[in-house]
Ligand binder design. Structure first.
Ligand SMILES: [Zn+2]
Length: 306
């Protein structure tokens, strides 16, 4: 869980970071959020903070500030009044936004999609978040749900996704998917040095470790990343054909710019779009890095409070 205090120019004036510890339940998480907000507000001369924006990893009712399904958090947070509860605890106006939409908002205002009229933004981590910039603004769509690239179907009848569907790209191309596939290959006796790199601990086989192994010439590790990247690329191709974006911004911890996964995703996407000038589409890494989500959420809170 990351918190940031933005100055009027959108720069981070102060920040905090803490484990979400979602297993403690939403009450405990919200209480810690409220305390951290109060600590940040105390650092502002005169205590003048316009509002709070919260990026949430999943569905959210934006008008009421109530969360829908947050599939990657324990308890899934269905119907939790995050906005009203945090507003009551902090005395500040609170506005919620999906975390991928927050990421896109920050990248459009201050980052890699700045100046683009149409952009596709994707983050790959534990899940796959997505958002669309249209006419230079975040496209929300019905219920703020536009841009869910992670739930484009790339394998009909495939793996069950956290959303309940089968064949979505998310369970095939995220960090956990990469780690699980690498572990499977180790267990099945593929010729790879991943097990040694992980010092014999299967739990230590992370997407980063797989990436490092691939860079060092481990063919099995490279293939795992190529396969996962190819799935993402297919989803991107569908979204690109739909939107014809000038820019595709990719962020999150899994897609290292220039890495095997990134190159596979980009090459697959480019190779599967034949209805527009795909050569003119720029694939760019998120410019705000790990701060994009928290900056976007703060921009949202400020914009709504103003
Ligand atoms: Zn899905």
């Amino acid at each position: 869980m990351k918190l940031a205090l933005l100055d009027p120019e959108g720069r981070i004036a102060a920040h905090e970071r803490m484990p979400t510890a979602g297993f403690e339940g939403h009450r405990a998480v919200l209480a810690r959020m409220a305390e951290a907000v109060r600590r940040l507000v105390e650092q502002v001369p005169g205590g003048e903070v316009g509002g709070v924006g919260v990026g949430v990893p999943g569905m959210v009712e934006m008008a009421s500030g109530v969360t829908g399904d947050l599939p990657n958090l324990p308890g899934r947070w269905q119907g939790v009044a995050v906005g009203p509860e945090l507003a009551a605890a902090t005395g500040l106006p609170v506005h919620l936004i999906n975390d991928a939409r927050a990421f896109a908002l920050a990248e459009a205002r201050l980052g890699a999609a700045r100046g683009a009229e149409t952009a596709l933004c994707v983050t790959v981590g534990t899940g796959i978040g997505g958002a669309v910039i249209a006419f230079g603004r975040v496209l929300f769509g019905l219920g703020g749900a536009a841009g869910e690239v992670g739930h484009l179907i790339v394998q009909p009848g495939g793996v069950v996704c956290t959303c309940g569907n089968r064949g979505c790209v998310e369970p095939l191309a995220t960090g956990p998917a990469i780690a699980a596939e690498a572990v499977r290959r180790v267990v099945q006796g593929f010729s790879t040095r991943l097990f040694e790199r992980a010092e014999g601990d299967l739990d230590a086989i992370t997407p980063e470790l797989v990436d490092q192994a691939a860079e060092a010439g481990d063919a099995v590790a490279a293939e795992v990343l190529e396969d996962a990247g190819r799935w993402l690329g297919l989803a991107l191709a569908g979204a690109i054909a739909t939107l014809a974006p000038e820019v595709v911004v990719i962020g999150g911890g899994v897609a290292r710019p220039g890495g095997v996964y990134w190159r596979s995703a980009e090459a697959t996407a480019r190779g599967h779009v034949h209805v527009m000038a795909i050569d003119e589409v720029r694939f760019l890494p998120a410019a705000l890095g790990y701060d994009a989500g928290v900056v976007g959420a703060a921009l949202w809170g400020r914009g709504r409070a103003a």
